[in-house]
Write a protein that binds this ligand. Structure first.
Ligand SMILES: Nc1ncnc2c1ncn2[C@@H]1O[C@H](COP(=O)(O)OP(=O)(O)O)[C@@H](O)[C@H]1O
Ligand SMILES: [Mg+2]
Length: 439
């Protein structure tokens, strides 16, 4: 993509409405614009990151055996009256009346809808277990939307729903999501810690929040350092095997947010050199709630002996749009964002230091074409802005690599490569540069 043809409205000044660094940087880097309180348009650069995160979530859900579908954003109030949540949800629910005076709502979550689909479709124990998910926009009329897409009113969530015959099966489904979450966040360069959590309005008795560490996170976190030790992205998980020992290994270690923190237990259970006090952001939340919805909504299947069985359910959320901000909170410096390669909007930023100079233009065009041919996604700054401005923009938008070509380099037959994360610079011949960038 040539910058001269792209849509990248960067801001030179810090926007006054942004209180946290990710919000500031997302606005400055031209990723989002607010259209109403807590509601954002995703500009091209922001959308590219959102899609990459979504894709990692999707791949790990699929790997763990969940099946993708897509449910609508608008739901009928009647379903929510069946579960009893229509009243319970209160003002957070955006209620809509259609032209026939029917009560509708913009879905804040989909337990009722998936339970309805399930009960109308699945009849036999033979069709279980199943875990169905979708990645869809949600609306929650938060009292105080803040911090940009971190706490929005409209936000993108992955939500999965598992159906099992009995509690043991539900536990297996829960464990698969538990491990899939660890892999998902690790692939985005994040350290996520599962923490025992309250189940809130979703209900049920087993629940974990997944918290990523970031200096600017909303809640304070206390954990055993070994919860961070393992690189889950590198683990080859066999989802058909018993995952309980892996889950037990993680949940046995102390980890709590300030709300649930028990200083005495922390002191007793965690050796001093293993104590990790940090700040964190909730990026995922999983629940096992048994028959809460299936009983209320009559979701049953026939068992092997012909008796009706009320199915056991769980639900599993990931804040896809919140993750965009969460990753920035965890990975930035004074100059801007530092994207992990796995979610970066482009792989490489190519900077032409003297657009209009025939030799420099030719060298840039050649490298651009070769990188694209090798499957790299390149943002080519072919504009005639001055060098300082180009460097600042590239640092701000945080692409993993910068390739810089100017008259001097062309004369010497070299390109300068800058690694955004380390700041390291090196001059290489074109072929060597290409080799390093393509890997
Ligand atoms: N207002 C919001 N803006 C952005 N993401 C949100 C918002 N509310 C929830 N999420 C994301 O969706 C995930 C699942 O939501 P859930 O746990 O049901 O909500 P909550 O923790 O707010 O009760 C959360 O872990 C979080 O990552
Ligand atoms: Mg939650």
């Amino acid at each position: 993509m040539k910058l001269s043809q792209f849509f990248l409205p960067v801001l030179k000044e810090d926007p006054s409405e942004a209180q946290i660094v990710s919000h500031r940087l997302m606005l400055r880097a031209g990723m989002i614009r607010q259209t109403s309180a807590g509601i954002y348009a995703w500009l091209p650069l922001g959308l590219k990151v959102l899609r990459r995160i979504e894709q990692i979530v999707r791949e790990e859900q699929n790997r763990a055996g969940a099946i993708e579908m897509l449910m609508p954003t608008i739901q009928s109030a009647d379903l929510w009256r069946e579960s009893g949540r229509y009243e319970d949800y209160g003002k957070e629910m955006l209620r809509i009346t259609d032209r026939h005076e029917r009560d509708m709502l913009f879905g804040p979550t989909n337990e009722e809808m998936i339970t309805d689909i399930f009960r109308n479709t699945v009849r036999s124990y033979r069709d279980l277990p199943r875990n169905l998910y979708h990645i869809q926009w949600k609306f929650r009329d938060e009292i105080r939307p803040r911090f940009g897409v971190m706490r929005g009113r409209e936000f993108l969530m992955k939500d999965a729903y598992s159906f099992d015959l009995d509690a043991a099966g539900a536990r297996r489904s829960y464990n698969a999501m538990f491990i899939a979450y660890l892999r998902t966040f690790a692939r985005m360069g994040l350290k996520a810690i599962p923490m025992a959590a309250d189940t809130g309005p979703i209900g049920g008795d087993l629940s974990h929040e997944f918290i990523i560490l970031a200096e600017t996170g909303e809640s304070e976190v206390f954990c055993h350092a070994d919860t961070l030790a393992r690189d889950w992205a590198a683990e080859n998980i066999d989802y058909a095997s018993d995952l309980q020992p892996l889950v037990d290994g993680m949940t046995a270690l102390y980890a709590a947010t300030d709300e649930k923190h028990d200083a005495a237990r922390y002191a007793a259970e965690v050796p001093e050199d293993k104590r990790c006090n940090a700040r964190g952001i909730e990026v995922g939340h999983i629940f096992y709630f048994g028959t809460k919805y299936s009983a209320a909504m009559n979701a049953k299947v026939t068992g092997p002996d012909g008796n009706l069985i009320t199915v056991e359910m769980g639900s599993y959320g990931i804040g896809v749009s919140r993750l965009v901000a969460g990753i920035i909170e965890a990975s930035h410096d004074d100059n801007g964002i530092i994207w992990p390669a796995s979610v970066a909007p482009f792989d490489i930023g190519l900077i032409n230091l003297k657009a209009g100079d025939a030799l420099v233009d030719a060298a840039c065009t050649d490298l651009y074409a070769r990188l694209c041919a090798a499957g790299k996604d390149v943002l080519y700054d072919d504009s005639d802005e001055r060098a300082g401005g180009k460097f600042a923009t590239m640092d701000l938008i945080g692409l993993p690599w910068q390739a810089i070509i100017g008259p001097k380099g062309v004369k010497n037959g070299v390109v300068e490569l800058k690694n955004r994360a380390t700041g390291e610079r090196q001059e290489l011949g074109m072929d060597a540069a290409l080799k390093l960038l393509v890997g």
